[in-house]
Ligand binder design. Structure first.
Ligand SMILES: [Fe+2]
Ligand SMILES: [Fe+2]
Length: 222
């Protein structure tokens, strides 16, 4: 094959891999998010493979911890207890899987400062229930949907082992997004649409604004 043909084949391989990964995302999820992850973030992630995995491990642990705190606070909500208990277990399993992968790759686990993303959303949570719970559940849906979308964006550019792992995560985080959204709609005492629209807009801004440090949920390089 001539060099140009090889290049063309490589380009169409990437195109096919991108389409393949995109097909893992549901139309509802893509419609829910206010924007797609910018290409600049994908390039930034590929330049920081170690930070990506360390911060990913952090995110899984935090996701489990958020679910656990809901288990403690809302004991009178059986559906929430069932869903959050399952979710916490799955997130901890993801955490173990990422840590194992890091160990196999000789990546040392170290503390990282949090990105402004989660705090940038949580600062808008209304202080009193039932509004507080509604907001936390909407934010949960957004974080899960964004994680899902970012895994799918990364898959075409990763090695086979990591790509395979991230494909399984697209599925579970996609389910978590659905569960959070369902709980927000089910447990809220008032219509949630305007509150969802508010957080979707905030989230899209955090994703598109410049950031100084790379993290799994960071914006674009400053
Ligand atoms: Fe997870
Ligand atoms: Fe999740």
């Amino acid at each position: 094959m001539s060099e140009t043909l090889t290049e063309l084949a490589a380009v169409s391989d990437t195109g096919a891999a991108v389409a393949d990964a995109e097909a893992l995302l549901s139309a509802e999820l893509l419609e829910f998010l206010g924007c797609r992850t910018p290409d600049a973030w994908v390039a930034w992630a590929l330049e920081n493979p170690e930070l990506l995995l360390i911060d990913h491990a952090q995110c899984e642990k935090k996701a489990a911890s958020t679910a656990m705190s809901l288990l403690y606070r809302y004991v009178d909500q059986p559906l929430l207890l069932t869903k959050m208990s399952q979710l916490a277990r799955e997130e901890l399993l993801h955490f173990e899987q990422v840590v194992k992968l890091m160990e196999a790759r000789g990546i040392a686990y170290r503390h990282l400062s949090a990105s402004r993303y989660a705090e940038g959303l949580r600062r808008h949570v209304r202080p009193a229930d039932p509004e507080r719970l509604t907001d936390i559940l909407i934010i949960g849906a957004l974080i899960e949907a964004r994680s899902c979308e970012r895994f799918a964006r990364l898959i075409p550019h990763l090695d086979a082992e990591l790509a395979k792992f991230y494909r399984t995560l697209v599925k579970s985080e996609g389910r978590h997004y659905e569960d959070y959204l369902m709980l927000a709609q089910h447990l809220s005492t008032a219509p949630v649409e305007s509150r969802i629209a508010f957080f979707v807009e905030r989230e899209a801004a955090l994703i598109q604004e410049p950031d100084t440090a790379f993290r799994f949920h960071s914006g674009v390089p400053a």
